[in-house]
Design a protein around this ligand. Structure first.
Ligand SMILES: [Zn+2]
Length: 228
C-alpha cells in the first residue's frame, strides 16, 4: 500500500487494535512490543504501553522496539505514556516514556500518547525531554481547558467513539478546525465510519469534507514517512 493509495481511502483510523481490513479504511494499527504480529498491508505504530512494561525485560523490550522502528511500515511510536490508574510503577513509566521521546526524536517519528490522570507530569516531562516530532494524545476524553493547554503546546488530539455520547467532547470538537484533530476506533465496537458520520454532522460539514481535512492533517505529519 503506497501513499498514493491512501488518497483513495474514505476513512482514516488514526489508532486501532482491530486487524480486520476494511477496504475503504486507512488505519494505523497499534502494536504493543510484547504482542507483535505484522499486519499485512497496514501501517503500524509500536511502543511499550505503560500497562505492559515489564521491568525485568525492559532492555530487551527497547532493543526489540528499535528493531521494529526500522521497518518500512512503522510510521509512529506508541502507544507510550503515563497511567496513574493502571500499569507499571509510575516512576518507571516516566523513564520509559522519556526513552520513547528520545527514540521519536532519533527516528523522526511521531509519538502516540496514552495519558490517564497524568497530564501535569506529561507536561513536565516534555519540558525535560522536548519532543522534536508531533505528539498525538490518543483517546482524548478530558475538558476544554486541558485541550487548549495541550493544543497551545503543539499537541494534536485524537478522539474516539466516546465522543458520540460525551457532550463535553462534542463541544471541544465543534470548536476545532476539521484539520486539527484525528479520529480513531481504538478498541471500540463502533466503526470509523460511524465516528466520521457523527463528527461531520456535529460540525455541519459533509463526510467528504471531513475526510479531506483528515487527509490534509495526515499528510502534514506522515507524508515524509510513507516509503512503501
Ligand atoms: Zn489503544
Amino acid at each position: 500500500m503506497k501513499y498514493e493509495n491512501f488518497i483513495n481511502f474514505d476513512f482514516f483510523d488514526f489508532h486501532t487494535h482491530s486487524n480486520t481490513l476494511g477496504n475503504k479504511i486507512f488505519k494505523i494499527y497499534s502494536h504493543d512490543i510484547n504482542n507483535f504480529q505484522i499486519q499485512k498491508d497496514t501501517y503500524f505504530s509500536i511502543g511499550i504501553h505503560p500497562w505492559f512494561i515489564e521491568e525485568k525485560k525492559i532492555d530487551e523490550s527497547f532493543t526489540l522496539l528499535e528493531d521494529h522502528l526500522n521497518m518500512n511500515r512503522c510510521i509512529a511510536i506508541g502507544e507510550t505514556g503515563l497511567d496513574k490508574i493502571r500499569g507499571a510503577d509510575f516512576e518507571l513509566q516516566k523513564i520509559v516514556f522519556q526513552n520513547h521521546i528520545s527514540l521519536a526524536n532519533l527516528y523522526n517519528k511521531p509519538l502516540i500518547i496514552h495519558c490517564v490522570k497524568s497530564f501535569d507530569v506529561l507536561l513536565n516531562l516534555i519540558k525535560k525531554t522536548p519532543p522534536t516530532e508531533k505528539c498525538i494524545i490518543h483517546g482524548f476524553n478530558k475538558n476544554y481547558e486541558l485541550a487548549e493547554v495541550l493544543l497551545s503546546k503543539g499537541f494534536i488530539l485524537s478522539f474516539g467513539a466516546l465522543l458520540i455520547k460525551d457532550v463535553r467532547l462534542q463541544k471541544i470538537i465543534q470548536s476545532l478546525g476539521a484539520d486539527t484533530f484525528f479520529l480513531e476506533t481504538d478498541d471500540a465496537t463502533q466503526t470509523i465510519k460511524e465516528i466520521y458520520d457523527f463528527v461531520a454532522k456535529l460540525k455541519g460539514i459533509s463526510v467528504e469534507e471531513l475526510a479531506e481535512s483528515q487527509r490534509k492533517l495526515y499528510l502534514s505529519i506522515f507524508n515524509k514517512l510513507i516509503i512503501g
